[in-house]
Design a protein around this ligand. Structure first.
Ligand code: SAH
Length: 257
């Protein structure tokens, strides 16, 4: 049956995939995705036609997925994390729009994004208003990115940084830190999570002053706390404000909240 699923497979291991994502994969006869992601879900896609293309072939992947679905196949276009967060969903809809295609059934299946995964491993750093910024200036000009970093910094948003650094893009994270240091003290907690829920997972809790002493790469998500974020027992916590309104210690009657 002609259908296009755009599936967010979560950050890594299949346990972090949603039930619906697994169900959708089962319904597909063709799976299209970036090699690494196809490998992550290998045992869920046995016996299906697999079209796995490289990282820079996003446009071809989306075009191929749409073309194959229109030929009558049930196609799963897969994205790491959530397909609608720096993922394949936008591109797939753009391709459909370009083709003037309005009849093909399309279902976007949400997934656990890197910021959810990173936040869970760090404690509860994003428990208040936050912004997500990708530091990749391949598709967005740096001037725009910088404006967003400054605005989020000044508005005291917790900030999740996607695509913080790659082999070629190395100065962007340094510049980001410099801008944020104009809005927050060096002691502001920073979490660096690499390969969340994958074999090479690493979780580091540091601060704005020292963050660059740690490894940051293509597979890292960086979470910068706001002015209220603190570290307790190795976990990054951003209070929502309950502590100002209620007594949270033992015997205060708040245990069942
Ligand atoms: N659609 C994806 C994001 C793709 S952009 C999502 O929703 O998560 C790629 C960036 O996502 C990487 O540079 C990194 O910053 C982040 N990322 C993806 N998977 C990750 C993981 N398992 N652990 C930590 N960061 C990850």
């Amino acid at each position: 049956m002609s259908k296009l699923y755009i599936i967010g497979i979560g950050p890594g291991v299949k346990e972090q995939m949603t039930f619906r994502a697994k169900e959708a994969l089962d319904e597909c006869d063709t799976i299209i995705g970036y090699k690494t992601y196809v490998r992550l879900i290998e045992d869920s896609v046995q016996g299906k036609e697999i079209v796995s293309l490289g990282m820079t072939e996003e446009v071809q992947r989306a075009q191929k997925a749409v073309a194959m679905a229109l030929e009558g196949k049930t196609v799963g276009l897969i994205s790491g994390g959530d397909a609608g967060i720096y993922g394949m969903a936008g591109l797939a809809f753009e391709v459909l729009k370009e083709r003037g295609e309005t009849q093909l059934p399309v279902e976007v299946v949400p997934g656990v994004s890197a910021l959810n995964a990173a936040a869970s491993l760090l404690g509860a750093p994003m428990n208040h208003d936050f912004a997500s910024i990708s530091l990749s200036d391949l598709l967005t000009d740096w001037e725009t990115i910088e404006k967003r970093i400054r605005a989020a910094g000044e508005a005291d948003f917790i900030i999740a940084l996607y695509n913080p650094k790659s082999g070629k893009r190395t100065w962007q994270i340094e510049k980001t830190r410099e801008i944020l240091l104009q809005c927050r003290p060096g002691s502001t907690p920073v979490g660096i999570v690499k390969a969340a829920y994958r074999e090479k997972q690493e979780v580091i809790v540091t601060d704005l002053k020292n963050m660059l002493a740690h490894e940051i790469g293509m597979l890292s998500t960086v979470v910068v706390g706001n002015l209220s974020t603190y570290v307790s027992n190795g976990k990054m916590i951003t209070p929502r404000g309950y502590g100002k309104k209620y007594t949270l210690g033992p015997g205060a009657g708040g245990e069942d909240v």
